[in-house]
Design a protein around this ligand. Structure first.
Ligand code: HEC
Ligand code: CU
Length: 342
């Protein structure tokens, strides 16, 4: 009775959990609406497992209740029933059935595991297979397109319908790279290189998350995977690789000086390659969000630059609380001007 009382206290909580997990459907952050071959495989296998488990539960519980009803002690049953030791037919049945069920689960699991581990280039795309080096930092993601010679921060772009290969690293602690709508997750581990591939069936913006508790702002270590048709993707690559021109607008140009004088440029590369201490800004003007989660508007941008800690605890960007309004306005105009797509 006491146990039931305790359990019943948690009941509303479990319903709440069920409800809240529904919110994960937002912004494509869900494994239940697969948008790529890997995610589809995971989804199908999950359904298959649920069916197998449901069948087992139904059969076991049905037999359980039938036996309970049928062989109950009834009035007049005074004798102890006949005692038996073992029944070969039954024992073979309940050994063979689980073996068959396990084989049904094992075959797709093993073939899927090999399919996921195959990080050879896409056979149809060959040498043009997109290869992206991912580095997890506390609390942001760096994406190096080494073959193309540039680096991107926060948003990772891929072409649709092609197998894209990811090489995963961590700069500081364990992180985990996960885009639920496209596939499984893989840890990024300091000192170890992991590989995986993903493919998107259709263009779209798919939300990604760090899936490994990595510090105080772990929950805000979000990113976006943006899948584009091949020609748009090529245009993006071209834009990212092009020489960055000085902004034509005066205010933005003034902002570029503020950016350089305040050593923002030391941590935030504009154009070029290589590791910087913060996300690359070559296409900052095209980000939907700042720091992985804040809407990219002027108010949030100013709040972030003046006091990043208050918005993302434990991140390593210094605060600029004393920047003049004038400099701030110019700086924001400059950041907004950083775009590579028309
Ligand atoms: C010591 C290195 C460093 C300096 C200097 C620095 N930042 Fe940052 N900045 C970072 C890091 C690291 C992040 C990522 C924080 C996170 O999300 O965890 C960041 C994030 C940002 C973001 C959000 C980026 C995004 O892509 O979402 C903006 C905007 C930004 N910084 C602007 C500036 C400006 C403007 C300056 C100069 C006034 C500046 N930063 C100076 C390290 C730095
Ligand atoms: Cu992380």
């Amino acid at each position: 009775m006491k146990l039931w009382k305790t359990a019943s206290r948690f009941l509303p909580l479990s319903f709440l959990t069920l409800f809240l997990t529904g919110c994960l459907g937002e912004e494509n952050l869900t494994a239940l609406d697969p948008k790529g071959p890997q995610a589809q495989w995971i989804y199908d296998n999950m359904i298959l497992s649920i069916i197998v488990m449901a069948l087992v539960s139904i059969v076991v519980f049905a037999i359980f209740f039938i036996i309970l009803a049928k062989y109950r002690r009834k009035p007049g049953d005074d004798e102890i029933p006949k005692q038996v030791h073992g029944n070969t037919a039954l024992e073979i049945t309940w050994t063979v059935i689980p073996i068959i069920l396990l084989v049904i689960l094992a075959v797709p699991t093993i073939t899927g595991t090999f399919m996921f581990a195959d990080t050879e280039p896409d056979p149809e795309v060959g040498d043009d297979t997109v290869y992206i080096k991912v580095t997890g930092h506390q609390f942001w993601w760096q994406f190096d397109y080494e073959n193309e010679g540039f680096t991107a921060g926060q948003d990772v772009y891929i072409p649709v319908g092609e197998k894209v290969i990811f090489e995963l690293h961590a700069q500081d602690v364990l992180h985990s790279f996960w885009v639920p709508a496209l596939g499984g997750k893989i840890d990024t581990v300091p000192g170890i290189t992991n590989h995986m591939w993903l493919e998107a069936d259709e263009p779209g913006v798919f939300k990604g998350k760090c899936a490994e508790l990595c510090g105080p702002s772990h929950a805000l270590m979000d990113f976006k995977l943006i899948a584009l048709e091949r020609d748009e993707y090529d245009a993006w690559v071209e834009g990212m690789s092009a020489e960055v021109e000085e902004p034509t607008e005066t205010l933005a140009n003034q902002g570029r000086q503020v950016f350089e004088e305040n050593s923002c440029i030391g941590c935030h590369a504009v154009g070029g390659t290589g590791t910087a201490a913060g996300p690359s800004f070559t296409n900052f003007g095209e980000r939907e969000v700042i720091a992985g989660y804040l809407e990219n508007n002027d108010e949030n941008l100013e709040a972030w630059i003046r006091d990043p800690q208050s918005l993302k605890q434990g991140n390593v960007m210094p605060a600029y609380p004393d920047m003049s309004e004038e400099d701030m306005e110019a700086l924001i105009a400059y950041l907004r001007s950083l775009k590579v797509m028309e």
